[in-house]
Design a protein around this ligand. Structure first.
Ligand code: MG
Length: 374
């Protein structure tokens, strides 16, 4: 059994189980079952048409939230295996971590949060949990996917204390200032490694940032130099990929070495020990600085590029127009929303908008605001 090779600080089985009791799965672990339910969910399929930085129709080669989630899961599993923690749990958390994201990436999320200000706000991590706990309608016996506590806890990466207080056991760690499992910590940093690197790749591919600009980023420059020395004749596309793969490898290797050293120092004997320690999964302080430099570069040169900001402004307008139109006249909503009480209706409007793909939101906006669209 794979479980026998796991370290004492790994999650071996679900201690806290599922909200609705179910018989143990045959032939797969509880976390494999979670992963399978996530992959078969409607929200997971919609990730294909939701974006990170670029809007879905801008190009077929850019990452979507679906390919992003798969890359996060790949990085997360590699790290989990090396650290002898539960790969299946890491995979489930990684694949589900973005299920609650609105259309149009962060611009969409900020716009929806602003719309929901008087109604409890909108947090995408909380929404991911809401998708797997409530919104998926697939099973006869329960709403949502009835996932294990450990997967749900990992999905809830951040949460305001105000919301945590209303979430029961899954929010408790925020109130008690505790850490989640090693598996959840790995998923969190795998997400960061994945998006920083693929944003470099997509940014270069789009032409919004250039290799010359990136030469000011030490983590990129050191690997670019190595690739150019080894392969001076290589095409630019291959040079970029050879550089990015080295960056990912450097970040993953550093994270594993530093985390092993943290584990060696604090010797956690159980998952409970992991919870009460400082975060054990971490980059070295040198890599932390290099990684921060890369993030700062992306913020200035890519996320705040005027062409990205133009798209973000459009996205925010679409989200806020849709929200205002639905709240002002609920009769414009699909009929299942009209039966709801007003307070529930506002939250349902947020759920409806958050669930939209980029192109669905654009079409819905046209249908509501342009006479020629049916
Ligand atoms: Mg992500």
């Amino acid at each position: 059994m794979a479980e026998q090779r796991l370290a004492p600080y790994a999650v071996t089985s679900s201690l806290w189980g599922r909200s609705i009791h179910e018989a143990a799965p045959a032939g797969r672990s509880e976390f494999q079952r979670d992963r399978d339910r996530i992959i078969h969910s409607a929200a997971f399929r919609r990730l294909e048409y939701k974006t990170q930085v670029f809007v879905n129709h801008e190009g077929d080669l850019f990452r979507t939230r679906l390919t992003h989630s798969i890359e996060v899961a790949q990085i997360g599993r590699s790290i989990a295996r090396r650290l002898r923690v539960n790969e299946d749990l890491v995979e489930a958390i990684c694949l589900a971590h973005d299920l609650g994201h609105t259309p149009f990436g962060h611009a969409g999320q900020d716009a929806l949060n602003a719309c929901m200000k008087e109604f409890g706000g909108f947090e995408h991590n909380l929404q991911s949990l809401r998708v797997v706990d409530v919104l998926e309608e697939r099973y006869a016996a329960f709403d949502g996917l009835n996932l294990t506590f450990e997967t749900r806890e990992g999905i809830l990466k951040h949460c305001s204390l105000e919301h945590a207080a209303q979430l029961g056991a899954v929010g408790a760690r925020f109130m008690q200032n505790q850490r989640p499992s090693m598996e959840a910590q790995i998923a969190n940093l795998a997400d960061e490694i994945a998006y920083n690197n693929h944003d470099v790749d997509d940014g270069l591919r789009s032409g919004l940032i250039t290799l010359e600009q990136l030469a000011s980023v030490r983590l990129f420059a050191m690997h670019l130099d190595e690739v150019r020395t080894l392969y001076p004749q290589l095409s630019e596309r291959r040079t970029v990929h050879e550089t990015v793969r080295r960056m990912i490898n450097a970040l993953v290797s550093d994270l594993i070495v530093q985390t092993e050293s943290n584990l060696h120092q604090s010797q956690p004997g159980s998952v409970d020990d992991v919870r009460t320690q400082h975060p054990l999964v971490a980059f070295s302080s040198e890599m932390h600085v290099l990684n921060r430099e890369l993030k700062a570069f992306l913020r200035t040169h890519l996320y705040r590029h005027y062409l990205v900001l133009r798209m973000s402004a459009k996205a925010q307008r679409i989200i806020s127009d849709l929200f205002k139109a639905f709240i002002a006249d609920p009769r414009l909503l699909p009929p299942q929303f009209n039966a709801l009480a007003e307070a529930d209706r506002v939250r349902s409007v947020a759920d409806y908008i958050a669930g939209m793909t980029d192109r669905y939101a654009i079409r819905e906006h046209r249908r509501l605001f342009f006479v020629e669209e049916a």
